[in-house]
Every structure is written in C-alpha cells, then in structure tokens.
Ligand binder design. Sequence first.
Ligand code: ITT
Length: 202
Amino acid sequence: MNISEYLDKGLVIASNNSGKVLEFRKYLAEFPVQILLQEAGLEIEETGKSFAENSRIKSLAVSKLTNCLTLADDSGLCVSALGGAPGVLSARYAPTDFERIRRLLTEMKDSKDRSAFFSAALCLSSPEGVLIEVEGRCNGAITNSPRGQGGFGYDPVFEVEGTGLTFAEMTIETKRKYGHRGKAFQLFKSKFEDHLSNGRSL
Ligand code: ITT
C-alpha cells in the first residue's frame, strides 16, 4: 500500500493525552485526512531511554494494532537543576498534572538555576515500519508558581525563553510557534509532504 491509500483510512494519533491530541488536531487541519484516535485506555509500555525511542515504540505498536498510519508523540520536561529530570519520566513523576507541578516546584524550591527545556519526538509509522522521525525542542525556565489558564501538563510553570510568558499564558497558535511540538511538527510537515508528493510505496 502507498501512503495515500493508507491515508484514505485516516491517521491515528497514538496518545491518551487530550492536550496533545488537541494540538495535533489543529496542526493537521490543513491536511485532508480523517483523524482517528487509538482505543481509549490503551497503554503501550514505554521502555525506551529517549523520547525518540519511546515515540517509535508507541507509533509502531499502535500502527500494527490498527493497521493504519499512526503518529505518536513522546515528550517531556528536562530541568537542569534536577539533572535532566523528569525527562522521559515526565508523565510518571506523579499521578496528576496538579501533583506533577507541585512535586516539581517543591524539588526546585531552593534552586537558583531555573533553566529547563521541553522536547517532543514525533514518529509516523505504517504497519510495515517507521516513515518519519523528528524532534523539536523549546528552551525556558521553571517559574516560582503556576501562571495562566491554557494548555495542559506542565504548561503553567514553563516560561518560554524570550517571551516572558508561560505556555499556559499563550494561545495555541503562539504555543505552536515557540513550542517543542510545533517545531517538531514543522519538520514533520515537510517530510510528510515529500512522502505525499512522491506517493511512495511503503
Ligand atoms: P501518551 O503517551 O498517551 O501520548 P502521556 O501524557 O503519557 O500521553 P508522555 O509519555 O509523552 O505522554 O509524557 C509526557 C509528559 O510531559 C506528560 O506528563 C505531559 O503532560 C507532559 N507534557 C508533554 N508535552 C507537554 C506540553 O506541551 N506542555 C506541558 N506538558 C507537557
């Protein structure tokens, strides 16, 4: 099957995170493709040591399960004063967004160095294998307390370098411009368009 034939069946977003799914829906709106979601509650074990490895694991597993083209995102926050933590364990840092933020601010309490970055690794697979892998990064700093109502996850405590705003104080369009996922998607988009125009067999 070639990529267009697969796309006729839709594109699965391999994520249980509604914040990520909302961003991808916006990003993919310019492509004439039906967005599908993976089965609710499906959990693929993330055994990788990097965002890229985990993204590939999720993308390949869900693509094989659904027999559809599948886009996965593995992302997280790396904090200098915490030696890069929570990193690939960002989702497992505590049970809820609220508790994850509380733990982060508690562990950062006395740190003068607030620098941190977000990374997002995207992987597109067909059931036959990986097609596209890209990664985007956004530098910033951990705030002393949460600010803003938008976004999801750690957004209220991450101030984006050069903007004075947390992700939660940005519109989804501005977050796309500066953010790790938006930057990764820009790289993804040009590769995806190449695949579509070449109509390659997969
Ligand atoms: P899926 O694996 O099902 O996609 P997840 O939330 O478990 O969902 P990850 O394993 O990639 O996703 O964990 C990423 C963690 O980092 C999770 O706690 C997110 O809320 C957080 N995160 C990722 N991108 C973020 C963003 O743009 N803003 C704020 N927090 C983000």
